[in-house]
Design a protein around this ligand. Structure first.
Ligand code: ATP
Length: 230
């Protein structure tokens, strides 16, 4: 009889440790690309909640158009029906630039050394990872999960690709088998929506569809006259 032995990593998370999943962003505004992808990620990993982490002072982009408390309110409205999603407000409470490595370090201290910790980012954010403060140290505290995004291709920077290859696991689920130190990428349902596009639509007086922007968020934007709405 032929026995095939396959090397499948043991998934410790299923043995008791609960993974902590963080999804950082500016959320200016939060849109259905964020929400749908985070829900799908929760289903794929079998972990909830996914913690959305709004930044206070984004490091590699212009300051947000909406104020921090308005972005937070929009996040609350967008996730209100979903037990799979939560908001982590720590970066809004911290002064200074919102460095992800500090957030990872802080969360690692809170959850102890054994729990898998994952920082999620879209492919566009991954392409600029080398500009992040102490970016290589992210893996000291947790894993990095890169989510593909429509119209965004793999970066070509050799240093970034070498780093990725040195730490990658073949399936995103394998990140749940250890606390830190690895990278994976995952293709979820592709939602072709961005906050830039939403802001532009609103500025032009167009109405984003409910598959792009949650109706409760759209109502709030109108009530606050955000993004050029009068
Ligand atoms: P902007 O257009 O203003 O740059 P954005 O749509 O990229 O905004 P962010 O708040 O900057 O939204 O995104 C937070 C994180 O979510 C980033 O890592 C980003 O790559 C990811 N992300 C945003 N939209 C999507 C999407 N449609 N699918 C997958 N990931 C996404």
């Amino acid at each position: 009889m032929l026995f095939l032995v396959m090397a499948i990593p043991e998934v410790k998370a299923s043995l008791g440790a609960t993974a902590k999943i963080l999804w950082g962003g500016t959320f200016d505004p939060v849109h259905q690309g964020h929400v749908s992808s985070a829900l799908e990620l929760s289903g794929y990993l079998g972990v909830q909640p996914i913690h959305l982490v709004p930044n206070n002072q984004p490091v590699h982009r212009q300051m947000p158009a909406a104020k921090a408390w308005q972005r937070l309110k929009m996040l609350c409205l967008a996730i209100q029906d979903y037990a799979q999603l939560a908001i982590d407000e720590r970066e809004l409470k911290r002064c200074g630039p919102s460095y992800s490595v500090l957030t990872m370090q802080e969360v690692r201290q809170e959850i102890g050394p054994d729990v898998p910790l994952i920082w999620c980012m879209g492919m566009d954010a991954f392409a600029g990872l080398q500009q992040w403060h102490r970016w290589q140290e992210l893996l000291n505290y947790g894993h990095v999960l890169v989510l593909t995004r429509p119209a965004t291709s793999w970066p070509t920077d050799p240093e970034l690709l070498t780093w990725y290859a040195a730490h990658k696991v073949d399936e995103a689920k394998y990140l749940l088998a250890s606390p830190s130190g690895q990278v994976a990428h995952l293709e979820l349902g592709q939602h072709a929506v961005s906050a830039t596009q939403i802001r532009q639509q609103l500025r032009l007086g167009q109405k984003p569809s409910a598959t792009e922007l949650a109706p409760a968020v759209a109502q709030y934007i109108a009530s606050q006259s955000l993004y050029g709405i009068n």
